[in-house]
Design a protein around this ligand. Structure first.
Ligand SMILES: [Zn+2]
Length: 185
């Protein structure tokens, strides 16, 4: 029988462990949440070692995501896609910044080639990154796929500012713990 629907979920613990009411006013608080989500996803073994969150420019939290590839048998269920997609559902629009809201995506690690494309189409103005792609490869063994040589410049030409190496050591710690565990989840 052909499947005609797709159902992706975040783990139930996000409701208990994420403060959705507070403001996240700066880069540090935003990337800290993304890294916290990656850490909790490893602690709970509810997916791979990646977390992401979407904010308004003022720091209101719109949505969060964690990696759910293995639990859902879905290679698209990366943290950034989950964060963008749940935000799109909440806002009921597929371009998050279309009515002038400034939209910030924070990711515990540099987006892979798929998420790089996804964030371009989702209407993002700023991208905050913890770990680098080489950290992901070195510590967790994931191939992040091909990006344009000047991927930061390409985003800049589309109006998306990138800031990286934010709390990079903390983001690397999560990737290292996942990699050393030796179990894929
Ligand atoms: Zn990805």
């Amino acid at each position: 029988m052909l499947y005609a629907q797709l159902h992706l979920t975040l783990p139930a613990w996000v409701h208990e462990e994420v403060d959705s009411q507070r403001l996240y006013p700066d880069d540090d608080s935003r990337i800290a949440l993304a890294i916290q989500l990656s850490r909790r996803n490893v602690d709970h073994r509810s997916g791979g070692p990646f977390g992401a969150a979407v904010f308004t420019g003022e720091g209101r939290l719109i949505g969060v995501g964690v990696n759910r590839v293995v639990p859902h048998n879905c290679s698209a269920a990366h943290a950034e896609v989950m964060a963008l997609a749940t935000s799109q559902q909440r806002m009921q629009r597929y371009r998050l910044n279309e009515d002038g809201d400034r939209i910030v995506l924070a990711s515990s690690a540099q987006p892979c080639s798929m998420c790089y494309g996804a964030l371009v189409w989702a209407g993002v103005d700023e991208l905050l990154i913890g770990a680098r792609a080489e950290d992901v490869q070195e510590l967790a063994g994931f191939d992040e796929g091909p990006l344009p040589a000047d991927w930061i410049g390409e985003l800049g030409r589309r109006g998306i500012q990138v800031r990286r190496d934010l709390m990079r050591d903390h983001a690397r710690d999560v990737l290292r713990d996942y990699g050393e565990d030796g179990i894929v989840y």
